[in-house]
Design a protein around this ligand. Structure first.
Ligand SMILES: [Zn+2]
Length: 227
């Protein structure tokens, strides 16, 4: 193939591209309508096929599951994907680190945007998890120090139960209410919660008490008050 041939071929290709683009623009709506119709037809066809061959399909998948027990178990646990993720992360560790360093601002912005968009959804989810504890934690009780009435799941701090870290070094290090909103009420989580022995206080009494070395602090307060 000599140079003139190559040139004419390039010209032809470019012309074809321009024509394609023009055609697509002109027939955009038509194209859309066709795909819509075809997708609908395809869906209905699949539905019909499934209805007619339902038992056959179920039997086939059951047979496959029996023959591939190990694989099925892995799929059910989602381990096939986890394995892939783990391998990918290990292979691209350095790359990911470099990306994070180079795109710090961008990542921060993206997170901010994501949080704003999904704020309502997260709030809904947190409340849903928190409500699972309603049967276990009393809905209404009194502050263990001053005797004020306090309630579970209240957003107003003046009326809400503040769970107090009575003992140091317990299993739940974060704020107890935050922990509750992140963990469903299960047998294991109940055990963890019980091991911490949180005190039930009102917001006022809780904010007055320090978490660390409170016995020593109280002795000093006693000396000061009785001076
Ligand atoms: Zn109180």
């Amino acid at each position: 193939m000599d140079e003139t041939d190559i040139n004419s071929e390039v010209k032809c290709r470019n012309a074809a591209k321009v024509y394609q683009k023009k055609y697509r623009l002109e027939h955009k709506e038509e194209h859309k309508a066709y795909h819509k119709k075809y997708n609908k037809y395809h869906k209905e066809h699949l539905k019909k096929y499934y209805k007619e061959h339902r038992l056959e399909l179920i039997a086939r998948s059951k047979k496959w599951r029996l023959e591939n027990k190990e694989k099925t178990k892995k799929y059910q646990l989602g381990e096939h994907f986890k394995d892939y993720q783990k391998k990918y992360r290990l292979e691209h560790k350095e790359e990911a680190r470099r990306y994070r360093l180079d795109h710090k601002e961008e990542i921060r912005e993206r997170r901010k945007k994501y949080r704003l968009i999904h704020r309502d959804r997260h709030k809904k989810w947190y409340l849903h998890v928190l409500k699972s504890w309603e049967s276990y934690i009393p809905k209404e009780t009194i502050c263990e120090i001053c005797g004020k009435k306090i309630f579970f799941c209240k957003s107003n701090i003046g009326e809400a139960i503040c769970f107090d870290h009575k003992h140091e070094n317990c299993a739940i290090k974060v704020g107890p209410t935050l922990w509750l909103s992140r963990h469903h009420m299960t047998k294991e989580n109940k055990k963890i919660w019980e091991s911490c022995k949180f005190g039930f206080l009102c917001g006022m009494c809780n904010s007055c008490l320090p978490s660390k070395n409170r016995k020593e602090w109280l002795k000093k307060v006693n000396v000061y008050v009785n001076k």
